[in-house]
Design a protein around this ligand. Structure first.
Ligand code: HEM
Ligand SMILES: *[C@@H]1O[C@H](CO)[C@@H](O)[C@H](O)[C@H]1NC(C)=O
Length: 511
């Protein structure tokens, strides 16, 4: 065989291979389309990309520095599509699909399933491993194997029980005071401040103190900056699940590299904190009786199967689950309080009446804050900051006449369910009185999914509500806020939902 023949043969082989791969992909797409075609949904605007391009076009980019206020968050788009296509619809992202639902029967079937293998969390959840780097791994929120999860949850549940939250009350107190100090700086400067940022620092401080007895009370510390940076990169990566090519497209290679580095170095920070405590325990030193000691004891007991990397997973999990969530819920509350002086008046009246100017707010004080509790619940309902959760439907299942194919990804749209006008009157109105215990018309269970339901509900929900009450009460004891004129009351989205402009406001003394 001469050289020419060899080259043309190789060329022909290459072209054939390309054609076969292409053909295979086309067939795969056709099969996926056929598998889901019985479900309603937005028209595929591209054979290859499905709805991905349209989503990218209609929604704000997660990677741009300046948010485009003329566009909406992807979850608002998905919410809009409920109005157009009904309570369950399918979206195509190349050869992947997401089935969105706010159908009550489906939500109930999935969230309260007694067989833990029927609707598991997916192995492929991006938060577990991001661009090949372990992130939340087998931490409590992303553990997939039911038995592994169950052991961990049994260890953690007691830590989050109301009776065990004294350590937390102390942290709420001292973090609350640091929060007040940074607010005082805003008062003295008279300048506009971004309340959301102060809140992020405060909620991180609370997590680090209660869980790890790690003091970050200097709210401007290097640790805070590193955490905020980590959270930001983490959520940008998470949001790129809607752009499936982000996994390998060279255009995203800088992004992927930066995210990998950030996660690796943040895990290292966690590992150092954990190692220091581990040697203190092994040397029989006095150690705080906190979350970290509890999980380390589990780690030192081989029967639990808690290896060191899983401890680091929990460190990441607590920060991801506990920082943004509470901070953004608070930020939405402050946004509404700024817009509605009548509500702020009710809050200050309650705080003045129930605790006055007391600096330390005890558990007993917290339980007196009934209106504050309603305010928090309404914010959680309307601005479900964790707007959706995802489960895998392992076997073909038909609920309410809707057939969910085997191995499909079901997105339980919490924001959609919480704001479904069929079940909740004037859903778009921020009305804390919906949650007034004296109100006969209770908010239906499936209109308040903000902490999810069932076995894998939010382990931190009591903790979060106590924390938010303390922060609100401390604020209300001292200050008024005046929203910046630029406020648009829009939702932004970087993973969790948040007020788009970060609640720019001026803070003034109340007294
Ligand atoms: C306003 C505050 C919060 C909201 C709205 C919220 C919401 C949620 C939701 C919707 C889930 C279910 C996730 C899923 O199924 O994929 C969840 C789970 C979880 N949350 Fe929260 N959360 C909040 C605060 C916290 C805090 C403060 C902590 C920890 C200190 C925490 C720790 C967790 C953990 C560990 C899980 C996983 C539980 C499991 O799978 O067993 N959360 N949260
Ligand atoms: C509350 O926090 C402040 C500031 O850290 C501290 O000085 C005070 O002793 C704390 N109060 C109680 C009762 O722990």
């Amino acid at each position: 065989m001469d050289l020419m023949t060899a080259v043309s043969l190789a060329g022909a082989l290459f072209v054939t291979l390309l054609a076969v791969t292409f053909g295979y992909f086309v067939i795969l797409l056709l099969l996926v389309h056929a598998k889901y075609d019985h479900l309603p949904g937005p028209k595929r605007t591209s054979f290859f990309f499905g709805n991905a391009l349209e989503i990218a076009k209609a929604t704000r980019s997660p990677v741009s520095a300046e948010p485009d206020a003329s566009k909406i968050s992807s979850y608002e788009l998905f919410y809009k599509w409920f109005e157009e296509y009904g309570d369950t619809y399918v979206m195509f992202l190349m050869h992947n699909t997401l089935t969105m639902t706010r159908n009550r029967a489906i939500l109930k079937t999935i969230l309260t399933a007694t067989d833990p293998k029927a609707f598991p969390k997916s192995e492929k959840l991006k938060a577990r491993y991001i661009y090949g780097v372990r992130c939340m791994g087998d931490g409590l929120a992303t553990a997939v194997d039911h038995d592994v999860w169950y052991v961990h949850r049994k260890i953690m549940d007691p830590m989050f029980h109301r009776n065990h939250l004294q350590l937390a009350t102390d942290a709420f107190n001292s973090t609350g005071d640091s929060f007040l100090k940074s607010l005082q700086k805003c008062v003295e400067s008279g300048e506009t401040c971004q309340l959301a940022q102060l809140l992020h620092y405060a909620t991180l401080d609370v997590i680090m103190k209660t869980m790890f007895s790690f003091d970050t009370s200097d709210l401007d510390s290097e640790f805070h900056k590193a955490s905020v940076h980590f959270i930001k990169e983490f959520f940008v990566a998470m949001q790129l699940v809607f752009i499936p090519t982000a996994e390998y497209n060279p255009l995203f290679s800088n992004h992927r590299k930066s995210v990998r580095n950030t996660i690796t170095s943040f895990r290292d920070r966690g590992a150092q904190i954990i190692k220091a405590r581990k040697s203190a325990i092994c040397n029989n030193e006095d150690v705080p009786n906190d979350f970290l000691t509890t999980i380390l004891k589990a780690h030192l007991d081989p029967s639990t199967g808690y290896d060191f990397e899983t401890l680091v997973d929990e460190f990441i999990t607590m920060i991801v689950a506990g920082m943004e969530t509470s901070a953004n819920t608070l930020a939405f509350i402050f946004m509404e309080l700024g817009r509605r002086p009548d509500l702020y008046e009710r809050l200050t009246a309650e705080v003045d009446d129930a605790i006055g100017q007391k600096a330390f707010i005890s558990n007993e004080d917290i339980s007196k804050l009934k209106f504050t509790a309603m305010l928090i619940k309404e914010s959680l309902r309307k601005y479900a900051i964790a707007p959706a959760i995802i489960r895998n439907c392992a076997k073909e299942t038909t609920v309410d006449g809707i057939r969910l194919p085997a191995d499909s990804n079901i997105v339980l749209h919490i924001l959609g369910a919480n704001n479904d006008k069929k079940f909740i009157e004037d859903a778009e109105v921020f009305n804390p009185d919906r949650f007034n215990p004296q109100n006969d018309e209770r908010v239906p269970v499936y209109s308040f999914l903000s902490f999810s339901l069932g076995a894998r509900n939010c382990v931190g929900q009591v903790f979060a509500q106590m924390e938010m009450k303390v922060m609100l009460a401390k604020f209300a004891q001292h200050y008024n806020l005046i929203l910046d004129e630029s406020e648009t009351f829009q939702m932004g989205q970087t993973g969790t939902l948040h007020p788009l402009n970060g609640v720019k406001c001026r803070i003034v003394n109340r007294h």
